[in-house]
Design a binder for this molecule. Structure first.
Ligand SMILES: Nc1ncnc2c1ncn2[C@@H]1O[C@H](COP(=O)(O)OP(=O)(O)OP(=O)(O)O)[C@@H](O)[C@H]1O
Ligand SMILES: [Mg+2]
Length: 149
């Protein structure tokens, strides 16, 4: 199941993140793709806010993984730098963990992504406008069906 939505500005991105935050469950795998500056980290920050995370969420580009303890923990990964240098197997502990795992540039570790996952590809239309292509595999399919925008 696939769906495309248009986000006109940051406020709409925040609203969209709020909608997604209501669908999360332990072990949720959220895969993000999209050009540099598309808004993967920005979306994750908004998501964290609606999950109740008070800490500042920063881009994990240089650390690969940042962990935010919470009722539903957030494991925020940016695997941009892992491209072509193989997989760090410690990450799989978090991909198959008890929190929400958000993976920026997930295609770089596609061999470690579960068959069932929630995929979001963000494309830049102009400075503030984005297109989001959503795909729900397996148990995530019903979430895509539910989302109306
Ligand atoms: N509608 C929007 N949604 C998301 N970000 C937006 C939007 N409009 C403007 N922006 C801006 O675009 C930038 C997105 O940067 P962000 O770091 O989130 O991108 P990224 O996809 O994580 O990039 P990278 O691949 O470098 O990690 C931010 O400066 C944000 O304020
Ligand atoms: Mg980012």
């Amino acid at each position: 199941m696939k769906k495309e939505i248009i986000i006109n500005n940051l406020q709409e991105m925040e609203q969209f993140a709020k909608t997604i935050s209501e669908e999360l469950f332990p072990g949720f795998v959220l895969c993000l793709e999209g050009d540099l500056g598309a808004g993967k980290t920005t979306f994750t920050k908004f998501l964290g806010k609606y999950m109740g995370i008070k800490d500042t969420i920063n881009s994990p580009t240089f650390t690969i993984l940042k962990i935010y303890e919470n009722d539903l923990p957030l494991y925020h990964m940016d695997v941009y730098r892992l491209n072509g240098i193989g997989m760090d197997y410690e990450l799989e502990e978090f991909i198959y963990g008890e929190g929400l795992c958000v993976i920026e540039w997930y295609k770089n570790i596609s061999e470690s992504i579960p068959d069932e996952s929630f995929i979001m590809e963000i494309s830049i239309i102009d400075e503030n406008k984005r297109k989001i292509s959503l795909e729900g595999l397996g148990k995530y399919e019903k979430i895509i069906k539910k989302i109306s925008y």
